[in-house]
Design a protein around this ligand. Structure first.
Ligand SMILES: Nc1nc2c(ncn2[C@@H]2O[C@H](COP(=O)(O)OP(=O)(O)OP(=O)(O)O)[C@@H](O)[C@H]2O)c(=O)[nH]1
Ligand SMILES: [Mg+2]
Length: 424
């Protein structure tokens, strides 16, 4: 196991998390990446040093720390410029990895689908691009394997910048293709339009666990950060019979790499197109309020800021009676994915909110169009289904998504123009 020293910087300007808390998060990222945390250091900084970020006294202190704990890597909680990283590596005679690179490294370990791998490689190459200098090349050859060197790094570093640029362009093209096929899938889905419910939230909040407890889906659940990287989709039948697709997605984190949103664009698109978001929060976490803020920030970045949502405070089984939950606007639900507490109420709430998004459709459906009747039952709530006097059609009133209502009206107009269609 590689041993690492962690370094965080406390700034004068108020940050969302203070250095100690951010450092704790960095430590769990390090463990997730398979490192052993040997020691840590914090420096209060008025002004970052452009060449080394931290000051010379602190550098010396960390150098001694590295020797005494026999560390092979130093992890910085902040993003380092290529110059800072290079200088620090020289001074410490170890690898220096920043938070962005660490997160990308975890992503690289976790990506399993073709799309996930393409996305991670794109993010990694974008990170590497400004760092591809002759000096860096030289150093990187001496770095050996382990953290910060997984993925395309080592092989790509040995080719020149132009080839990396070409590879970035190629990855973008392939991702665009994947996106196009995904778009096709989605429009296929849209012709059987199930409303999409997307699980979003901070990493480790319990999204996959909740997905499991809601759908018995068997998604990978682990007490590790970024256990889920690729979106998983499952069918969920609500108590009132409405069927929906539930999408589990990649978790968010404080100081997410800049390249994240572009690289994960197609994954995040599922979120921005969803009918309803379940913002899963680890209610037992002491920084729940800060984590909510981080997630809201990312949702805004990906254009999902105004999606309808339910804030789901998870892990209620771990909640002390004293602990109170942060105040949020909009619908709120308290659950435990572990014990199943509150999930029934959550399902009802999902049903109510989806129903509210639906349109009232009043149509006459010929008896031969069982397919249309089935579509209405599947995607919405049929409140009236009366056989006509002639016994050749049904007078139907249903609440369905606007897309279904539109399709049914169109189908009826196309197939049996003589049937009166009531456009409500
Ligand atoms: N006590 C308790 N633990 C929970 C609950 N829900 C999830 N956990 C635990 O929290 C950890 C993270 O759960 P996941 O479901 O993997 O979380 P996630 O949000 O999908 O995380 P990422 O995919 O890594 O972003 C696991 O160890 C779960 O067992 C809960 O209701 N109560
Ligand atoms: Mg997960």
């Amino acid at each position: 196991m590689e041993r690492a020293v962690l370094v965080a910087v406390e700034r004068q300007t108020a940050d969302l998390l203070d250095a100690e808390e951010s450092l704790r998060e960095l430590a769990s990222l390090a463990t997730t990446a398979g490192l052993e945390v040997a020691a840590s250091a914090v420096q209060t900084l008025k002004k970052p040093n452009p060449r080394t970020l931290i000051g010379s006294g602190k550098i010396e202190e960390i150098r001694l720390l590295i020797e005494s704990v026999h560390a092979q890597a130093v992890l910085f909680d902040d993003e380092l410029t290529p110059v800072q990283q290079r200088n620090l590596e020289k001074m410490f005679c170890t690898k220096v990895v920043d938070r962005t690179q660490l997160i990308l490294d975890i992503f690289a370990q976790r990506a399993t689908s073709q799309e996930g791998k393409l996305q991670v490689e794109l993010a990694q190459l974008q990170y590497l691009m400004p760092r591809l200098t002759r000096q860096w090349l030289h150093l990187s050859r001496q770095r050996g394997g382990g953290v910060g060197t997984r993925g395309p790094g080592e092989t790509q570093l040995e080719v020149d910048r132009r080839r990396v640029r070409e590879r970035i362009a190629m990855l973008r093209r392939r991702l665009k293709q994947v996106k196009r096929t995904r778009g096709l899938h989605r429009s296929k889905r849209a012709s059987v339009p199930y409303p999409i419910v997307a699980l979003v939230g901070y990493t480790n909040a319990g999204k996959s666990s909740l997905m499991n407890s809601l759908t018995e889906a068997g998604v990978l659940v682990e007490n590790k950060l970024f256990a889920t990287l690729d979106p998983t989709v499952r069918m969920l039948k609500l108590p009132d019979g409405l069927e929906t697709l539930v999408v589990d997605t990649v978790g968010f984190i404080h100081k997410l790499p800049h390249s994240f949103v572009e690289a994960f664009e197609s994954t995040l698109e599922e979120v921005s197109k969803a009918s309803l978001l379940l913002h899963v929060v680890d209610g037992s976490h002491k920084l729940a309020a800060e984590q909510i803020e981080v997630v809201n920030g990312v949702l805004g970045d990906i254009g999902a800021g105004d999606r309808q949502r339910i804030t789901v405070f998870n892990k209620s089984d771990k909640l002390g009676s004293e602990q109170h939950l942060p105040t949020v606007s909009g619908a709120v639900c308290r659950v435990s994915a572990k014990t199943g507490d509150g999930t029934e109420q959550l399902l009802r709430q999902i049903g109510t909110m989806l129903a509210a998004q639906q349109e009232k459709l009043r149509v006459v459906i010929p008896i031969g169009r069982a397919d249309l009747m089935a579509a209405l039952h599947r995607s919405g709530r049929v409140v009236q289904e009366a056989l006509s006097e002639a016994q050749d059609s049904f007078d139907v009133v249903a609440y369905v998504p606007a897309a279904v209502a539109g399709r049914v009206r169109k189908e009826l107009a196309l197939s049996v123009p003589e049937v009166a269609v009531d456009p409500i």
